[in-house]
Design a protein. Structure first.
Length: 480
């Protein structure tokens, strides 16, 4: 239903059209503190509509006929909230209809908008009302936390939101990482509250963070809220005994807190049962080799729900699959020499599974791209990020070292190591956005990296953890 709020005493610029919903719904704001204007009891839906109309910032209202409750909001109903079922069958939502003709005076002298409900005079020209921005034809409501943006003015400036490099509205402080492992100043060490060039990461079912700490030849567990870790695999000295590791790289933790770790320079994958003081070799021969029963140094690994282990091998430029108990592997990707073709890889690194779709994502470091393979199909992969040469443009990567698939938003996060940034690419996109870090700048400040190497998502994907390799620390970033 559409009604017009106008009388002969109201200038044309103050007239409004209102779209009404069906009954039985109400408005649910994304952030009530940001857009709520007032609540009152009135005698009718039309009185509620007129009240909204009389306040220039009001764009949405709801009215419950049973209780006479009228609530008015300053946000557009489609962008600052949603219309949801109401406990009252007699509740209805109204939205001020916006048309380009209402904003034709934008940018012109103030004499053209002195009677306008939708524009105000600022610096002698007609401009958008507070908390709105001009999109080229209409003054839209400025966006709230996490909303997609392009320009700074898209976001609610009064709430200190800006358009972040990840192209979402939020406070600039979201670009700062919180150190959750190692020293925040970038100092390496061997104490239990220190790390030495951390690489791969994993998150356990109890939200503990597991860190492959190759400089100390160990895997550390950091319980949530503590930066002092516990050694859960290996020791502080390198070796090839069952209780030792030599440059661990590649890490996976299962639902029972059992650990799979790529014992890189021992050319094997070790399985550490939860609480055990030593591991069991479950893949590789324990010495360098290039046959399918051997491993030629490990740069990444992951494990599927059936216990199959996928290993990214450095010098054979391949990814192999080791079924439980097998003494030989199956070729999954690459293995045709180093190269840029679809059946080739160059120093493959981190791996990430999307099991429902049978996809395996591969950080193809030397080719500056992320490849995706269909498990059980051809060994030919497709490029889903990068592949446009080494560089720092939004469609480029430079030695990507790890990749993580997000189930929540159908995107991948990439540790873009030589660009000192983490990028986020939505599936099907031809370019990414900088999620964390500053392109091509290194440092120890909370906003900078020094060679990000490994990634892990928290269980509910509210945080991304980054192994800041050159700074010997693990940083945590909020996802919005």
């Amino acid at each position: 239903m559409l009604i017009t709020i106008e009388t002969q005493h109201i200038p044309t610029g103050w007239q409004s059209f209102v779209d009404f919903s069906n009954s039985g719904v109400e408005f649910s704001p994304k952030d009530i503190n940001a857009i709520f204007l007032q609540e009152m009891n009135v005698d009718s839906m039309y009185t509620c509509a007129r009240t909204c109309h009389s306040i220039a910032l009001c764009r949405t209202f709801d009215f419950d006929i049973a209780s006479n409750r009228c609530r008015i909001f300053q946000g557009d109903s489609a962008t600052t909230g949603s219309i949801i079922p109401s406990p009252s069958l007699h509740s209805i939502v109204g939205s001020i209809a916006l048309e380009p003709v209402q904003f034709t005076s934008y940018g012109h002298p103030c004499s053209l908008c002195q009677d306008s409900r939708y524009l105000q005079c600022i610096n002698s020209t007609c401009q958008c009302q507070s908390n709105t921005y001009f999109d080229g034809s209409i003054c839209r409501s400025q966006k709230l936390l996490g909303d997609v943006c392009i320009n700074e003015t898209d976001c609610r400036i009064d709430r200190n939101y800006t358009c972040l490099p990840r192209l979402q509205c939020g406070p600039l402080s979201l670009q700062n990482g919180t150190t959750v492992g190692g020293y925040s100043d970038g100092t390496a060490g061997s104490d239990n509250n220190a790390l030495s060039y951390p690489d791969s990461l994993a998150v356990g079912m109890d939200s503990s963070i597991y860190v492959a700490d190759p400089g100390n030849n160990r895997v550390m567990r950091l319980r949530e809220g503590s930066t002092t870790g516990t050694i859960v695999a290996g020791s502080d000295s390198w070796g090839n005994d069952a209780n030792q590791l030599d440059y661990p790289n590649g890490l996976y933790v299962d639902a029972l807190a059992n650990i799979y770790v790529g014992d890189s320079k021992n050319y094997r994958v070790m399985f550490w049962r939860n609480g055990s003081s030593s591991g069991t070799q479950v893949a590789g021969a324990g010495y360098y080799g290039e046959t399918l029963s051997e491993i030629a140094e490990i740069l990444g690994l992951t494990v599927d729900s059936h216990g199959n282990i996928y290993v990214a091998e450095k010098y054979t430029h391949r990814v192999t699959k080791w079924t439980p108990g097998a003494t030989s592997s199956l070729l999954v990707a690459g293995g045709n020499g180093e190269g840029p073709n679809s059946d080739q890889l160059s120093y493959p690194g981190g791996l990430s599974l999307d099991e429902p779709h049978s996809y395996l994502y591969i950080a193809d470091s030397g080719n500056n791209r992320i490849q995706r393979i269909v498990l059980g199909g051809s060994t030919n992969a497709i490029t889903v990020a990068g592949g446009n040469g080494a560089g720092s443009n939004n469609n480029q990567l430079n030695n990507p070292s790890d990749v993580r698939f997000s189930k929540n938003i159908d995107a991948i996060y990439i540790a873009d190591q030589y660009n000192n940034r983490v990028t986020r690419w939505y599936i099907g996109a031809t370019s990414g956005v900088t999620f964390a870090g500053i392109d091509s700048y290194s440092g120890t400040s909370p906003m900078l990296f020094n060679g990000p190497a490994g990634l892990a998502l928290s269980l509910n994907e509210s945080f991304l953890y980054v192994a800041d390799n050159g700074n010997s620390r693990v940083q945590r970033f909020m996802i919005i």
